[in-house]
Design a protein around this ligand. Structure first.
Ligand SMILES: NC(=O)c1ccc[n+]([C@@H]2O[C@H](COP(=O)([O-])OP(=O)(O)OC[C@H]3O[C@@H](n4cnc5c(N)ncnc54)[C@H](O)[C@@H]3O)[C@@H](O)[C@H]2O)c1
Length: 258
């Protein structure tokens, strides 16, 4: 049970123009949190897409930030801290995926994916933790991992490697900051009806049905279901969960690899 303890909390969300990022912004926003959204999308485009937040009366700001640029990420977090006085929660969500085998993927594509998904996540989470310590905030980090970190995925090699490394970053960061009261966790979803997966399934509905049939519980995950798990992880009553992976894959990782 999530308590309504997010009123006036400041929540950072990277990749906030994507489906899961938008759902996070709405779920925390509906609870009265102030939302600092960033993405690579330009501000004019972002403002149009963020109109549901205005309709709900959510307090937010948008900054165009490429998470692969560590200095830009630090400036973003400093600007949000200056604007609202402190930061309480960081949802580390921005990621990219290249659908290519190891044989096909170029060195540039590999480097970019690791830079965004792993290094970009480190830049954001570590800058947020430094802000928590500076302001004596017992904050929360939530990484968006993936069930793809559990096993070899030959069509998304850089993605699954980046998410596997992210899991160890989560554990290392959780231990490093535990004594400050900062909790660091990961949500690892399975097939979410969002982002690139959604695009692929919309173009090829048969592949969507195939994906759904493969999931042991027989359902695709909706973006707001992922966001609700972040509310639970960050709830102040949840005092002991840190360094953990909240696996929500409908049993996918229990299957034998084909
Ligand atoms: N969709 C799924 O099935 C699924 C499954 C497991 C985990 N996830 C994870 O959930 C998170 C969100 O995924 P989604 O489905 O909402 O995807 P999405 O593509 O809708 O959202 C990703 C967002 O990240 C942004 N982004 C990409 N590169 C960036 C960069 N360099 N700097 C800043 N922003 C950047 C994109 O512009 C986009 O808005 C990701 O971390 C993803 O790996 C998704």
């Amino acid at each position: 049970m999530v308590s309504n303890s997010f009123k006036d909390k400041v929540v950072l969300i990277s990749g906030g123009m994507g489906d899961i990022g938008q759902a996070m912004a709405l779920e925390f926003g509906k609870m009265g949190a102030k939302i600092g959204i960033s993405d690579i999308v330009d501000t004019t485009t972002a403002v149009v897409k963020l109109s549901p937040m205005d309709n709900l009366g959510v307090t937010y700001r948008y900054d165009q930030v490429d998470v692969s640029d560590g200095s830009a990420v630090e400036r973003w977090i400093q600007n949000v801290e200056d604007h609202w006085g402190h930061v309480d929660i960081a949802i580390v969500n921005a990621a990219t995926v290249t659908l290519k085998s190891l044989h096909e993927i170029t060195a540039k594509e590999w480097e970019r994916e690791i830079q965004v998904n792993l290094n970009g996540s480190f830049f954001m989470a570590n800058a947020a933790c430094r802000s928590f310590v500076k302001k004596a905030v017992t904050g929360n980090i939530v990484f968006l991992g993936s069930w793809a970190a559990h096993a070899a995925h030959i069509n998304i090699p850089a993605y699954s490697v980046s998410k596997a490394a992210l899991r160890m970053l989560c554990k290392t960061m959780a231990l490093s900051y535990a004594e400050k009261g900062i909790r660091v966790n990961e949500i690892a979803p399975g097939y979410v009806n969002s982002g690139l997966s959604k695009e692929v399934w919309e173009k090829d509905p048969a592949s969507g049905s195939e994906a759904r049939n493969r999931v042991p519980v027989g359902k695709l995950i909706e973006a707001d279901e992922v966001a609700k798990q972040a509310l639970w992880l960050c709830d102040p009553s949840n005092r002991h969960t840190t360094g953990s992976t909240l696996l929500m894959d409908g049993g996918l990782s229990l299957l034998r690899a084909k």
